[in-house]
Design a binder for this molecule. Structure first.
Ligand SMILES: [Zn+2]
Length: 183
């Protein structure tokens, strides 16, 4: 259905087989451990978009502590878009089956997906997780939403070092720890 005449999508699809998905396993595992199991220190502050980790195969993954319906969310994005010059149509969107495959892969990492949105033909997709983010990570996001405690009028946009100082306390995901640690 609506398969584009151009071969660009087909070429890219050919590069994104099962091997590629397993290559992203360390990234997914690191992100999930960070989201669910990493304790953040008191006073840590994190903006609500969470973190983005670069994957392989032109993908990047986002790990959002609290997104739609207050769920923890994993996002997958095409890292570098290409498009047709005349129409601006994106020629390398997510694959048709990508969110389904990602749901299955997350299940192998003990992460249950309870809903997805976007995905092909978009270059971005989101997957909502059953398990909530770690309470200390949610607390870090809540501190962000509460805004600067010193200069109340400036809220989250305060130009003092409130956010920088709190954000420096955040324990980041460590992808290298999980390389080769998957199944
Ligand atoms: Zn301030």
């Amino acid at each position: 259905m609506n398969q584009p005449a151009t071969s660009a999508t087909d070429i890219i699809t050919g590069q994104q087989g099962p091997d590629l998905m397993s290559d992203n396993e360390a990234t997914l595992l690191a992100g999930l451990r960070w989201l669910h199991d990493t304790e953040q220190p008191e006073g840590a502050i994190l903006q609500h978009h969470g973190v983005v980790l670069e994957g392989v195969g032109n993908r990047r993954f986002g790990f959002i502590p609290s997104g739609r319906a207050d769920r923890a969310i994993v996002t997958v994005d095409v890292a570098h878009l290409t498009w047709e010059v005349k129409t601006f149509r994106i020629t390398n969107p997510l694959r048709r089956t990508e969110l389904t495959e990602l749901t299955a892969q997350l299940a192998t990492l003990s992460a249950e997906v309870v809903g997805t949105w976007n995905g092909h033909p978009a270059p971005t997709g989101s997957l909502a997780l059953a398990r909530p983010a770690h309470p200390t990570l949610l607390a870090a996001v809540a501190r962000y939403h509460a805004g600067c405690p010193t200069h109340s009028a400036k809220t989250v946009l305060c130009d003092c070092d409130w956010y920088t100082t709190g954000n420096a306390l955040i324990v980041a995901p460590t992808v290298h720890e999980y390389k080769g640690a998957g199944r």
